[in-house]
Design a binder for this molecule. Structure first.
Ligand SMILES: [Fe+2]
Length: 188
């Protein structure tokens, strides 16, 4: 069976590289962080890396339908790209998407359409996203949350969402570090 990443990289590149080059660099960076967790994730490392490189395709022009990118990206992956359901579900729920869905009145739509994968995979994708700047470089979750709040504005829907999500993001990324430590490897 071909590796998920062999399918995921060209798909993500075709959707993001030209119209949204900065977003594409971010996705490549998130995928790079995913590779740092490979030893801790074992056989799921290919799945995580595929979801990481695809996680923000919902921003691509033509895909953006509801304007809520986790849902738009997941629907595209499911309906158009015929993707592995686990990749679809990880993209749908990436980085505390349920909280932003709630603010947009889309929480039940998101949760009824896409089941959640295991906590450890959702945590791992959140860790990768929250340790990567918009340009794809490594950062830390505190700076990342501050950057998002500053970019969108503290009173905006996303600014409010990210502050509300901050404790969950920090708890999620801390669990990843604990799992990595338990696997006796260094994450970076
Ligand atoms: Fe995202």
């Amino acid at each position: 069976m071909p590796r998920l990443t062999e399918w995921a990289y060209p798909l993500a590149e075709s959707l993001l590289a030209e119209p949204l080059p900065r977003r594409w660099k971010h996705c490549l960076g998130v995928a790079e962080r995913a590779r740092t967790l490979a030893v801790a994730l074992g056989e799921d490392s290919d799945l995580l890396e595929a979801a990481a490189v695809l996680h923000d395709i919902g921003y691509a022009p033509g895909l953006a339908k509801t304007g809520f990118h986790p849902l738009d990206g997941a629907r595209y992956l499911q309906d158009v790209a015929d993707a592995d359901p686990r990749v679809v579900n990880l993209v749908a729920h990436h980085s505390c998407a349920w909280m932003e869905a709630e603010a947009r009145g889309l929480r039940s739509e998101l949760e009824e359409e896409f089941p959640r994968e295991s906590e450890h995979l959702n945590d791992a994708l959140c860790y990768c996203d929250m340790n990567t700047t918009p340009d794809g470089s490594p950062t830390n979750p505190i700076d990342r949350v501050n950057e998002i709040a500053g970019r969108y504005g503290p009173e905006s829907l996303i600014g409010t969402f990210i502050r509300r999500a901050e404790p969950e993001i920090l708890a999620s990324t801390a669990r990843v570090l604990e799992r990595v430590a338990a696997a006796k490897i260094q994450p970076m």
